[in-house]
Write a protein that binds this ligand. Structure first.
Ligand SMILES: [Zn+2]
Length: 668
């Protein structure tokens, strides 16, 4: 077939038709004139028939493309006059490309004024505002009118001129803006951030961005969006500029960034689980392969990542807590979470600010912004050094774990953020060792109600063992010599990408609980309760019982089973027993001091218990002297039988900085 040749105007018309069929390109063109020195990216291969024209004469193609853009702009924006047209056509640059997709983390000044497509998460939305579209000023005396210019870049309105009608009583006085002809559009300042799964541990990049018109009502906090936008500098007088992202189009992101397993890969998973040692050996060794042994901690990571099944309003989330010194590899295991699931993040309570964890007010945009926990809703957050978080975050973390939402209602804001997020936390013991004579609350810096939200808690602190240390060193040396990729390959472990696909797949499974499994759980619980009656203070409560349901479901999912069998339930029970044993508790003999609601065993522990209890009950960080004293006496009469005794100890505690004072109230 003869290649079709176009006249200039036919080519221009054809290009107009191609562009007009693409709403994203139209929305770019609509806003192109609001940018200084704009660029228009165009992919000539999107119309194969016109591609020949492009290949034979690029100069002509480019000129016609400019003309097509100008014609589209002038029909859509009637205010364009000849002068504006000329200015626009001279300033706009045409760039040919096959793709304008840029990862948000790589976005920066080199893209100044260039519309690009990227994916982001909305982490903050400001208050409702409007921007000025057009305005007319009118003289109060003679009614002379003047259309005011609006800066397309900043939306600033030109200062109204004066009346120059010498006969007018308002001569030389400013015209006033006529509100009846004033036109405005919806406007909202938001903050966008690169998705957690695209950022490398730490601080994902975030920018302020403006939303206009119809987009304002379609955009909510926590959403993942695909935007077409330009990076622009708001030119400051001192030569330092603020960055503002101008959004041209915004749409819900598709979940095609999720790495899903193919049928062939699912068949491979099925082969894996045929090996009865798969979970303990192959899977656990593949998780944070740099870390020697620590099978129990790695198993907890696998189970939390998998989760049980949400049934109606009952959460299937399994939260895990690893207690250990920094050297035991706890952090490496936590950091590995982002290599096991995409919707995940690693954060450190000691270094992350409030805004980075739950939700907190952001001065820059003057609105609250959400952190990692709400951003990873539907996924998992590895939360290291959870004992070091600020008290405000305690409250929101607790809320996320129990309600699966976070509600922020301060300073006129009323924000509900989804926070259906699994927490795999790490905590260091307060001192370098773990004191088995004391409760968990006394050993780590975390409030009891928060600790009791964890389904699986293990203690990784153990006495130094020369043999074990030697083996661990040898393992690390070997690992570092080879590097992760080779090490994984040589040891027949599962590489990170396959782990992601595997966990993404097992999370979708919904195995059914069998009668036998239910009975095994019930029998275990009855047996344990008998011990509880005999010995008193066992922590085995309903939550523990519910936890077994979820943990056994997760084990069934990890083994790709469509039902939860008696064996899966027994594995779940064994896992819990093993976890308790790390605290030197033996369920069979009824020894335990895991209970968080239970009596503290020292004055210091008891006082702290009283304060943290009040903090969580009153949802306040600062507690009054009177409230603390009252709680001390009613809760721990064995330590403080009178107000005088309570007051004496209180004074001592203040002196020793067990209690801290602020604004006339106390906290720990
Ligand atoms: Zn006048």
């Amino acid at each position: 077939m003869e290649p079709k040749t176009y006249t200039e105007s036919a080519l221009c018309d054809a290009l107009k038709k191609v562009i007009s069929s693409r709403p994203d390109q139209i929305s770019i063109i609509d806003r192109l004139w609001t940018i200084h020195n704009p660029s228009f990216f165009y992919d000539p291969s999107q119309d194969t028939e016109l591609l020949d024209e492009f290949l034979t004469n690029q100069g002509r193609y480019k000129r016609m493309l400019k003309r097509a853009i100008l014609e589209i702009v002038t029909t859509r924006h009637k205010f364009f006059d000849a002068e504006t047209e000329l200015e626009f056509i001279n300033s706009v640059k045409i760039k040919f490309t096959d793709s304008v997709q840029v990862k948000m983390g790589k976005w920066g000044p080199k893209y100044e004024g260039v519309p690009i497509a990227t994916e982001c998460v909305i982490i903050s939305t400001g208050k409702e505002q409007t921007y000025t579209k057009s305005a007319v000023a009118k003289c109060k005396g003679c009614s002379r009118e003047a259309e005011l210019e609006v800066d397309p870049y900043t939306h600033k309105l030109q200062k109204p001129p004066r009346c120059f009608n010498e006969d007018c009583s308002y001569y030389k006085r400013d015209l006033q803006i006529d509100l009846s002809s004033f036109e405005s559009g919806e406007y909202k300042l938001i903050q966008i951030q690169e998705p957690m799964d695209e950022s490398n541990y730490g601080s994902p990049i975030a920018y302020a961005a403006e939303l206009k018109d119809g987009d304002v009502r379609e955009t909510f906090i926590g959403q993942r969006k695909k935007i077409i936008a330009a990076f622009t500098s708001i030119i400051g007088e001192d030569g330092v500029n603020d960055i503002l992202i101008k959004i041209f189009s915004i749409n819900d992101a598709k979940d095609d960034y999720i790495k899903k397993a193919t049928d062939a890969e699912i068949a491979t998973f099925k082969e894996w689980v045929k090996d009865p040692t798969f979970l303990q050996l192959r899977l656990c060794r593949s998780i944070a392969p740099e870390i020697f042994n620590e099978t129990l901690a790695k198993m907890v990571a696998a189970i939390c990542t998998t989760g049980g099944t949400h049934v109606d309003s009952l959460s299937g989330n399994i939260h895990g807590l690893l207690i250990g010194n920094p050297s035991v590899g706890k952090t490496k295991i936590l950091m590995y979470i982002v290599k096991m699931l995409q919707k995940s993040a690693y954060i450190n309570g000691a270094t992350a600010s409030g805004a980075g964890i739950t939700i907190a007010y952001d001065d820059k945009i003057k609105a609250p912004r959400i952190g990692a926990i709400p951003q990873c809703s539907g996924g998992i957050v590895a939360f290291d050094e959870i004992g070091k978080i600020r008290k405000e975050d305690n409250k929101f973390t607790l809320e996320a774990m129990s309600e699966r939402t976070i509600h922020y209602d301060k300073g006129g804001f009323d924000i509900w953020a989804n926070a259906d997020t699994v927490i795999l936390a790490g905590a260091n013991p307060k001192y370098d060792y773990y004191d088995f004579q004391h409760t968990i609350v006394e050993n780590i810096n975390l409030i009891g109600p928060l600790i009791s939200r964890f389904d699986l808690i293990i203690n990784m602190v153990r006495e130094k063992d020369a043999e074990l240390t030697k083996a661990r060193m040898k393992h690390i040396d070997r690992f570092r010599e080879m590097g992760e990729t080779v090490f994984v390959q040589k040891n027949d472990l599962i590489p990170s990408l396959m782990l992601i696909k595997y966990f993404t797949y097992v999370r979708t499974l919904k195995p059914k609980m069998t009668e036998k499994a239910s009975k095994a759980r019930h029998d275990f619980f009855t047996r344990i309760q008998a011990i509880q009656q005999a010995k008193g203070s066992l922590p085995i409560d309903e939550r523990f019982y519910e936890g077994l349901y979820r943990i056994s479901t997760a084990i069934a999912k990890l083994l790709l089973s469509n039902e939860v069998t008696e064996d899966h339930m027994k594995q779940a029970i064994d896992l819990q027993m093993e976890a308790l044993a790390t605290f030197k508790m033996n369920l069979a003999e009824g020894e335990t001091n895991l209970n968080m609601q239970e009596e503290a065993t020292s004055h210091e522990g008891a006082l702290k218990h009283c304060v943290t209890e009040m903090q969580s009950k009153m949802q306040e960080e600062l507690i009054s002297y009177d409230d603390i004293i009252a709680e001390m006496i009613s809760r721990y009469p064995k330590y403080w039988s009178t107000e005088k005794k309570a007051d004496e100890y209180f004074e001592k505690a203040e002196e020793m900085k067990i209690l801290l004072k602020r604004e006339g109230k106390y906290y720990i």
